[in-house]
Design a protein around this ligand. Structure first.
Ligand code: DGL
Length: 257
């Protein structure tokens, strides 16, 4: 029973930054990763499209007998988490969100830059999160179209990605932020390029660790934790080409810090 895998879903390769934290926090679990690279990026799609894609892939994953679903995509969480929970009220479903609360706890009156997809930043879910802190902090929303594609093709550093970052962040860097929230699971893979553009000062936060800990808490509460031997990891993708699977393995083993 507890041997059933935990599914980890993303629009593409970004969720691997969450999977590596899940493996660290839950090393004895079996994981089934599914990235929808054939349809990435989700962030520039309509809410309806993102919802349909997410619900379709969730249905397939549940039909494989998974014990929990981690939506390792901020964009899919904001568009579809309510529908998922409504359709599968008895399932364990965890959705990642931009780690704004964590950033505010470190910088209670700070200037905080939130980098996420256009879809995440326009959704009601993010508006509600932002409303909680807007009075005390100075929050700058930064949609970053074009960045996800760099990760999808494995281009994690260099002049081209830095040029896109310069262009997208230029209105938010003066005055310098205290914290930068990576509200898209693809972005932790661009951490060095982001650091090159924002400088040394701002602290960088993402939601991977919080999501992994929440997954552990939910499984423990349900008596579904696996233990006894190291778990397995299966990487799958809607493209399922040798290139995308190799890149998935490389990203999963990339240093996250
Ligand atoms: N990785 C996803 C997220 O966390 C979205 C990337 C995309 O636009 O597909 O928001």
């Amino acid at each position: 029973m507890n041997n059933r895998p935990i599914a980890v879903f993303d629009s593409g390769l970004g969720g691997l930054s969450v999977l590596r934290e899940l493996i660290r926090v839950l090393p004895e679990e079996n994981f089934l990763y599914f990235g929808d690279s054939a349809n990435a990026p989700y962030g520039s799609r309509s809410t309806q499209e993102i919802r349909e894609l997410t619900l379709r892939h969730a249905r397939e994953l549940f039909s494989r007998g998974i014990k929990a679903l981690v939506v390792a995509c901020n964009t899919a969480t904001s568009a579809a988490i309510h529908d998922l929970r409504e359709q599968y009220p008895d399932k364990i479903i965890i959705g990642i969100e931009p780690a704004l609360k964590l950033a505010v706890s470190h910088f209670p009156a700070g200037r905080i830059l939130v980098m996420a997809t256009e879809a995440t930043l326009r959704e009601q879910k993010f508006a509600a999160l932002m409303d909680r802190y807007a009075a005390q902090c100075n929050i700058c929303k930064c949609p970053c179209p074009g960045l996800v594609e760099f990760v999808e093709r494995g281009e994690l550093s260099g002049k081209s990605v830095e040029a896109v970052l310069q262009k997208e962040l230029k209105n938010c860097l003066s005055p310098k932020p205290d914290a930068v929230v990576l509200g898209c699971t693809h972005f932790p893979f661009l951490r060095d390029a982001i650091r090159a553009v924002i400088g040394e000062k701002p602290e960088i936060f993402d939601g991977a660790d919080g999501t992994a800990k929440e997954t552990k808490r939910r499984l423990s509460e349900a008596g579904l934790l696996r233990s006894g031997s190291p778990g397995t990891v299966e990487l799958t993708n809607s493209l399922q080409t040798p290139e995308i699977l190799l890149l998935s393995e490389q990203l999963l083993s990339a240093d996250g810090h």
